[in-house]
Ligand binder design. Structure first.
Ligand code: ADP
Length: 545
C-alpha cells in the first residue's frame, strides 16, 4: 500500500523567495544603477513592499493569472519588482531582449499576447517604432515617475510610479499550482523566428535551490552578487531568484556594462561575485590592466553563454579574479553545468587544472546529460568521443510556447551543442552543431581554434568559421581583431598554432577586421561572418591548400 509522506505541502512559488528575503534578511540592500544615471538603494523589505503594491495595481487593472506582461528593461530594482509582482499574482513576466531587431520584438510581443508592456526610458524610441505593430497591447508603461514622461508620444503612456503609487503595501500572495507559468523568455532566433520558453514557478525555484550550492554558483548571505548578464536574457541566469534565496546583497548595474563602469560599481558596492558573457569580462580585464586598478573583494566571475577562452581566465587571475565556467541555454533556464573542482582536482598540476577549468563543467544536481552519436547511440565518457549533447532535468524545456510538437527525443532535449564528457563527468563543448567545421569528413572544433588565437598577446578577439573549400568541403578560416598598435601578420598568427593543435586543424587563412559582430546576447555572430566570409576559399586569391 502507498504511504503518503506527512510533511507540509507548500507549492514552490517565486513569491516565497522574496517573502523569505523580506522576513529573514529584510535589511539587506538591493542597489541599482538607474537608467537616469544615479544610484538607487533600498532593501529586500522595500522591494517586497513595492512588489506587493504592484501586485495590487495589476489586480485592480484586471490582470489575472496567465496574462502576459512584457518587460523591456535593464537590470534594476523596478525590473526586480516586475519579476515578483507579475509572477506573484500568477501572471507571466515576459522578459524581452531589446537588442533583437524591432520587427522581432514586435513579433514576440504579439506572439506572447502581452497585455501590458513596461519599458525603461532608454527604450522609448524603440517603443515608438513598434507600438503601432502591436495593437493588442492595452497599456504601454514607462518605468519612471509621472514627471519623466515625454510630453508627446506615439501612443498613450502611463508611468510605473503613478501606477503603483497609493496602492496598499500589503498583499496576500495567492497559493496556486507550482506548475503554473511564471516567466516567458524567447530564444534569440539566430535561425527563424524566436521561440518562447515558458518557465514554471517550480522549475525556476528548483533551479534557484540547486544553483546556490557549493559545487554550483556557491552563493551565501556573505556575498554581494551582481548579475551583469541582463535580466532580459534567461532571468540573469536565475540570480534575481537565488540572491534573495540566500539573502545576499544584490547590485544591479543598469545599462552601463563597460569595464570602467563595472569596475567602479563593484568597488563602491563591495561586489564579491558576478556573472556575464566572456565579452563583458574582456572589457573589465582590459580596463583593469590599463589602469592597474585592483579590487580585492571581487573574487569570482561566472563566465557563460559562450566558451571562456583560457587566456581570459589567465588574465582575470592576474587581476585577482577567479573565473568559474558555466554552460547553459535559454531552454535550460539556463543553468546546466558549472566547472567546479572534483575530488582529484587539488592534487593535479597547474596545466592539468587549467585544462579542466577550460571545460564547461559538471552537471549541477537536477540536470542529467548524455552525448549521442549520429545513430542516437550513447557515446562513452572518455573525454574524447564528441557527440550531440542531450539534457534532461527539472528546469529543461518540454516544448516551446505555442508549439504543439515537443523537440524531445526519448525524453531528452537535444541542445544543438556538440560535446565530450570525461570520466569525472566534466563536459566540454567542442562546438555548436551549426558551427562545427567538417574538413574532409573529420570535425574540427572552432572553439579550440579561437582559444588558441585568443591566447596570442596581440589578439583581442577571434572567431573561427567553416569556409567552403573545393577539396576538403570545409576548412577553418580565422577572423581576428588585433590589439591596438599590433602589426601581427596572418602568417605569424598561423605559425603560432604550431604544436598547439593537429597540423590539419590549423586555419588556412586569417582575415583581420576592426571588430567582430555580436548577437543580441553579446556572443560572436558567426552566421553573419559565414555569410560574409564563407566563400573566402572558393572566391579569389585566398590560400586553398
Ligand atoms: P542563443 O545563443 O541561441 O540565443 P542561448 O543564449 O540560450 O541561446 O545560448 C545557448 C548556447 O550558448 C548553448 O547552446 C551553447 O552553444 C552556448 N554556450 C552557453 N554557455 C557556453 C559555454 N560556457 N561554452 C560554450 N558555449 C556556451
Amino acid at each position: 500500500m502507498n504511504l503518503v509522506g506527512q510533511m507540509m505541502y507548500m507549492p514552490l512559488l517565486l513569491s516565497s523567495l522574496l517573502q523569505q528575503a523580506a522576513r529573514h534578511t529584510g535589511s539587506v540592500e538591493i542597489v541599482s544603477r538607474r537608467v537616469e544615471g544615479d544610484i538607487h538603494r533600498y532593501t529586500y523589505r522595500d522591494c517586497h513592499a513595492r512588489s506587493m503594491q504592484l501586485a495590487n495595481a495589476l489586480t485592480s487593472r484586471g490582470i489575472v493569472a496567465g496574462d502576459r506582461v512584457g518587460t523591456l528593461a535593464w537590470n534594476g530594482y523596478r525590473h526586480m519588482e516586475l519579476y515578483y509582482g507579475v509572477a506573484g499574482i500568477g501572471a507571466v513576466c515576459h522578459t524581452i531582449n531589446p537588442r533583437l531587431f524591432p520587427e522581432q520584438i514586435a513579433y514576440i510581443i504579439n506572439h506572447a499576447r502581452d497585455r501590458l508592456v513596461c519599458f525603461d526610458m532608454s527604450f522609448a524610441p524603440l517603443i515608438e517604432q513598434i507600438a503601432h505593430l502591436c495593437p493588442q497591447v492595452e497599456t504601454w508603461m514607462m518605468l519612471c515617475g509621472e514627471a519623466a514622461l515625454p510630453p508627446s508620444f506615439a501612443v498613450p503612456l502611463e508611468s510605473y510610479e503613478s501606477f503603483i503609487d497609493g496602492q496598499p503595501q500589503h498583499f496576500v500572495w495567492p497559493q496556486f499550482d507550482e506548475l503554473q507559468a511564471a516567466v516567458l523568455c524567447y530564444t534569440s532566433g539566430t535561425t527563424g523566428n524566436p521561440k518562447g520558453v515558458l518557465y514554471s514557478h517550480r522549475s525556476l525555484t528548483l533551479m534557484a535551490y540547486a544553483s546556490v550550492s557549493p559545487d554550483a554558483l556557491c552563493l551565501s548571505a556573505c556575498d554581494v552578487v551582481s548579475p551583469v548578464v541582463p535580466m532580459f536574457h534567461v532571468n540573469a541566469w536565475g540570480l534575481p531568484f537565488s540572491a534573495p534565496m540566500v539573502g545576499a546583497k544584490l547590485v544591479l548595474p543598469g545599462p552601463k556594462l563597460d569595464g570602467e563602469s563595472l569596475c567602479t560599481l563593484f568597488e563602491q558596492e563591495g561586489v564579491t561575485v558576478s556573472a556575464g558573457v566572456p565579452t563583458i569580462w574582456l572589457g573589465l580585464v582590459d580596463y583593469m590592466r590599463r589602469t592597474g586598478k585592483r579590487n580585492p573583494l571581487f573574487k569570482r566571475a561566472i563566465v557563460g553563454g559562450a566558451a571562456c577562452p583560457p587566456q581570459l581566465a589567465t588574465s582575470m587571475r592576474e587581476c585577482g579574479i577567479d573565473t568559474i565556467h558555466a554552460w547553459g541555454m535559454t531552454e535550460l533556464s539556463p543553468l546546466g553545468t558549472v566547472c567546479s573542482p572534483s575530488p582529484g582536482y587539488a592534487s593535479k598540476c597547474a596545466d592539468e587544472q587549467a585544462r579542466i577549468d577550460a571545460k564547461q563543467g559538471r552537471a549541477i544536481a537536477g540536470i542529467d546529460l548524455k552525448i549521442v552519436g549520429s545513430g542516437g547511440e550513447e557515446l562513452p565518457w572518455d573525454g574524447k568521443s564528441a557527440g550531440d549533447l542531450m539534457a534532461r532535468g527539472h528546469w529543461v524545456l518540454d516544448r516551446y510556447y505555442g508549439v504543439d510538437q515537443s523537440p524531445l527525443e526519448d525524453g531528452w532535449f537535444p541542445t544543438g551543442d556538440v560535446a565530450t564528457i570525461d570520466a569525472d563527468g566534466y563536459m566540454q563543448i567542442t562546438d555548436r552543431s551549426k558551427d562545427v567545421i567538417k574538413s574532409g569528413g573529420e570535425w574540427i572544433s572552432s572553439i579550440e581554434l579561437e582559444n588558441v588565437a585568443m591566447s596570442h598577446p596581440e589578439i583581442a578577439m577571434a572567431a573561427c568559421i567553416a569556409c567552403e573549400h573545393p577539396k576538403w568541403d570545409e576548412r577553418p578560416l580565422l577572423i581576428a581583431v588585433r590589439r591596438p598598435d599590433s602589426a601581427l601578420t596572418a602568417a605569424e598568427l598561423l605559425a603560432f598554432y604550431d604544436g598547439k593543435v593537429a597540423k590539419w586543424w590549423i586555419p588556412n587563412d586569417v582575415i583581420f577586421v576592426s571588430e567582430l559582430p555580436l548577437t543580441a546576447t553579446g556572443k560572436l555572430q558567426k552566421l553573419t561572418l559565414r555569410q560574409r566570409f564563407g566563400k573566402h576559399y572558393v572566391e579569389g586569391s585566398a590560400p586553398s591548400a
